[in-house]
Write a protein that binds this ligand. Structure first.
Ligand SMILES: [Cu+2]
Length: 148
């Protein structure tokens, strides 16, 4: 039959049918978001963009990485993680000191180096025969001026 409007009663049914799955989709979306954010929140992610976080792993064989590059005047976000025993982390001249890097726990710190230079960091806890190998350097470059 030509001229019959598309929809009519059928359209009504279709609209209802289209609305029924919506709560299911919403539940799935909420569940997915909760799954994504839940563990991340527990681990402390999400406070900073992950690309801005410098992870420093402390091991009885030393720190990884041993050299970190920062820019003067730019806040630095470090995530310190011990992979084996309790370590520490202190930076000479930058007022950064953490004495309890417990195995399996991340410690997040934020600081802003004010002046360019080379700063040594060391372990503040005796952590074994290789404790003396636990050192590294933070090299702070001068503030970058905007290009014109
Ligand atoms: Cu150590």
């Amino acid at each position: 039959m030509s001229g019959r409007p598309i929809g009519g009663t059928g359209g009504g049914i279709r609209r209802i049918a289209a609305r029924v799955p919506l709560p299911e989709w919403a539940a799935i979306v909420i569940a997915a978001v909760a799954l994504a954010i839940g563990p991340a929140a527990v681990l402390g992610y999400g406070r900073w963009a992950s690309r801005d976080v410098i992870t420093i792993r402390a091991l009885q064989s030393g720190y990884e990485p041993k050299t970190v590059y920062l820019t003067a005047g730019v806040p630095a976000h470090f995530r310190l993680i011990s992979e084996d025993v309790t370590h520490g982390f202190a930076v000479d001249g930058l007022d950064v000191r953490v004495d309890d890097l417990l195995p399996g726990h991340a410690v997040d710190i934020t600081f802003t180096p004010r002046e360019a230079g080379t700063y040594d960091f060391t372990c503040t806890r005796y952590c074994g025969t290789n404790h003396g190998l636990m050192f590294g350097q933070i090299i702070v470059r001068p503030t970058q001026l905007p290009q014109r």
